[in-house]
Write a protein that binds this ligand. Structure first.
Ligand code: CUA
Length: 383
């Protein structure tokens, strides 16, 4: 199942729908560069011989310019550069606008590992399993510094930015095992911050899902935080009587702000409203919500966003994903996640810790603040 070569030497395999597009554009650029480089060198060589000095102090012919010639050498490069621009724009828009039916996977980068969580609750570290032929959208952020998700075989990469959600999507075309890299220098172990993407046939992927007992799904974990752990529900009630706005059916809709502007309720707005609640107050409400900065991890924020999304709204495609993709593995989900649904709050308080095995470092997203991964500074201090 592993094929890690391409028909072009030194190129990673073409394993997503983007790969041929990116490669074709790249070869087109190389072709143009090669054509002009070779042409210019041939011309230099020819002129070098043809116009070499035959007679001392000869006077050259007078040239008065040529409108057709100048028009030609202005228009042709313009057309060439526009084809490059249009090719690049098509590839860019294609890559950075996820289709509505894409299944979402949450990605949190931290020094120095990648954490993934599927809509069905499975968590992975430095490994990502995806089905072949499906649109997959990654919603990504980071707990510390800039990182960059890069999957060369899919010809896609994007920065992962502190305090912000970025997204990429892809549709893998070949089952196999492909490199996953961090492509932004992020400290001591940057070069080791990577792993593998496993592209599997749908049947194998379903087996994999069922073999990896899920914890709470992101939406379930978010519900638990919302109702129990953080107590959001005491103000954001399901009716309009709460001190904060009701959140049911709001995702993807436009919200009028106290300042008079309107803003679309998206992942970024929800995140910002949790961390910086007084910045964008919904019309008709008082700025009384306390900030939750420092009290929720990036993974918990992602869960809260997933929960609010699951309450419905305007974005049928995105909201639908949570349920539609869970049907794939739904039949195989075990009782543990179902009991979580029933409000067993002692179990509910935190999403379960990542499963660590010999190769992946497990980490508990809910560990107290004092807990920290080793950093450069700590390492230095341990010497
Ligand atoms: Cu993370 Cu480089």
């Amino acid at each position: 199942m592993q094929q890690n070569s391409s028909w072009v030497p030194l190129f990673p395999e073409q394993a997503s729908t983007f790969a041929p597009q990116v490669d074709n554009l790249y070869f087109y650029l190389i072709g143009i560069s090669a054509f002009f480089t070779i042409g210019i060198f041939l011309a230099i060589t020819y002129f070098f011989v043809r116009f070499r000095e035959k007679e001392k102090y000869a006077t050259g012919a007078e040239i008065h310019g040529s409108v057709p010639l100048e028009t030609f050498w202005s228009i042709v490069p313009f057309i060439i550069s526009m084809t490059i621009f249009l090719g690049g724009a098509v590839v860019f828009y294609n890559q950075y606008r996820p289709p509505a039916d894409a299944s979402e996977i949450y990605v949190v980068g931290k020094q120095w590992m990648w954490k993934f969580q599927h809509q069905t609750g499975q968590r992975e570290i430095n490994e990502l399993h995806v089905p072949v032929g499906q649109n997959i959208k990654l919603t990504m952020t980071t707990e510390d510094v800039l990182h960059d998700v890069s999957i060369p075989a899919f010809r896609t990469k994007a920065d992962v930015v502190p305090g912000r959600y970025t997204t990429i999507w892809f549709n893998a075309t070949k089952p196999g095992k492909y490199h996953l890299f961090c492509a932004e220098y992020c400290g001591l172990n940057h070069s080791g911050m990577g792993g593998w993407v496993y592209v599997m046939e749908q049947r194998d992927f379903d087996n994999w899902l069922s073999g990896n007992v899920s914890g709470q799904t992101p939406a379930e974990a978010g519900k638990d935080l919302f109702e129990n752990k953080l107590g959001c529900a005491s103000c954001h009630q399901m009716n309009d009587q709460g001190r904060g706005p009701k959140l049911t059916g709001k995702y993807g809709t436009d919200q009028k702000l106290a300042s008079g502007e309107a803003i679309k309720i998206d992942d970024a707005y929800i995140r910002n409203s949790i961390l910086n609640p007084t910045a964008q107050i919904a019309e008709g409400f008082q700025p009384i919500m306390p900030t939750f900065k420092g009290q929720v991890t990036e993974e918990q924020l992602v869960s809260l966003v997933a929960y609010i999304k699951s309450l419905g709204g305007n974005s049928a495609g995105t909201v639908g994903t949570a349920t539609s993709s869970s049907t794939t593995g739904g039949g195989t989900r075990t009782g543990s996640s179902n009991s979580a649904n029933n409000g067993n709050s002692s179990q509910l308080v935190a999403p379960r810790a990542d499963r660590g095995d010999a190769n992946s470092q497990g980490s508990n997203p809910n560990a107290p603040d004092e807990y920290s991964e080793p950093t450069n500074r700590n390492r230095g201090g341990n010497k």
